[in-house]
Ligand binder design. Sequence first.
Ligand SMILES: C[S@@+](CC[C@H](N)C(=O)[O-])C[C@H]1O[C@@H](n2cnc3c(N)ncnc32)[C@H](O)[C@@H]1O
Length: 460
Amino acid sequence: MTGPDRSTLLRAAAARAVLEVTDRGHTLESAVALVGRDLAVGDRAALQAIAFGTVRSLLRLQPAIASLANRDWSKTAAPVRALLLTGVFELEDAATPPHAVVTSTVEAARVLGQPKAAAYVNALLRRWQRERATALFAADRSPAGRYAHPNWLVQQLERDWEGRAPEIFAANNARAPLWLRVNLARTTREAYVAQLLAAGIAATAGDWLPSAVRLAEPQPVEGLPGFAEGLCSVQDAAAQLAPYLLTPPLPGVPLRILDACAAPGGKTGHLLEAFASATVVALDDDATRAERIHQNLARLGLAHRAEVKVADAGQPADWWDGQLFDRIVLDVPCSGTGVIRRHPDIKLLRRPTDIAGFVATQERLLGALWPLLAPGGELLYASCSVLKAENGLLIRRFLRQQPAAAEVTAAASSRLSGGAPVVVTPGLPGLVLLPGAADQDGFGYAVLAHRAAGASDEGS
Ligand SMILES: C[S@@+](CC[C@H](N)C(=O)[O-])C[C@H]1O[C@@H](n2cnc3c(N)ncnc32)[C@H](O)[C@@H]1O
């Protein structure tokens, strides 16, 4: 007797990965890694595509499928629900012929220990093929179904961004491209793009940021020319602003930088590439993630200019040697609402009450680190959130409490080229990049200068 074929095992694994997220609260990345171990290596990319695509559209597909089901959706066994979601996602995605999707998904019900549900899965998938338009029309009735975002986040993004919210939802629901940061200390962007093209990898230079390159199709990094030697790093263009927003040192003048929430070291490496006279203290409170700072710096050949420490940035007494920093980068832990296209599970795992917790941590870190900044120095606050609570509102409160801090984001952003897709909200400090603009992630930045002793507000 032969066992289930590979395509059936793939569909069962995809449903399991979705279940890990929806019913066990695991991240999608860890879920795919976990269930992918049981699959043939050649099927893991397909697993990733189906699981990520399903989770990305889950809040839209769920009410649509439920509207066609002749059983109570909430009483349907969880593995069957997950299987129907992956099957319908695949029918909508159209990457695989529909008959193959239906056959394998129905068979997968048996692999998932739900043999009695096979006929039901078959009937519902076939009904979807006939009545998808009606079903999607039913999903349109609620904001969550229309935009594939939880209602609380729809409301929050609409409050924060009004007319721009629909473009944020659309960008969050799209697949993310792969962006690279070219190591401009070692090569030019033109030369590196030429190397990519010579290796058969289609790529274009980003419009407005000198280090950014966008690949036409995501690639395994090991296949990128010079990756192992540090010619490039994987980093979304929106995450590549740090060295442009900070005032560079005069040539040869040492610059002492604190990268306070540094792992996996994307910004640490970029700062060291950009500022030849800089040294960095790279801090993270997660020892496993901090290992990746070491790995990334070793690959870039920059380990000798950084000191990596595992500690709570909010408790300087545990790790600070008492020497002030010329620049501080505080890339805070946050809701991740700017990077939903890369982590669609955020839409299912995040709770509205989480936001206040993130804000409390962000305020704690900012308050603890400000005294470590030298007079005349600059602190760059960064988050991959597009919520105003985690960006401008928080910075505005901080500025009101801290008279030595002056907001200089506007002057700093004049170093960016004219086409930078930054949004500035009147009355709020900082700038925001909205997800999807120039095909980038969403990010928030604010630059705060420590007024040198004796400086005043007058004339500023
Ligand atoms: C947004 S990620 C940083 C990304 C990083 N800057 C980069 O560009 O690659 C936030 C990091 O903050 C770390 N973190 C969270 N709370 C922290 C704390 N209290 N002290 C230090 N690091 C913390 C997390 O472990 C996580 O690695």
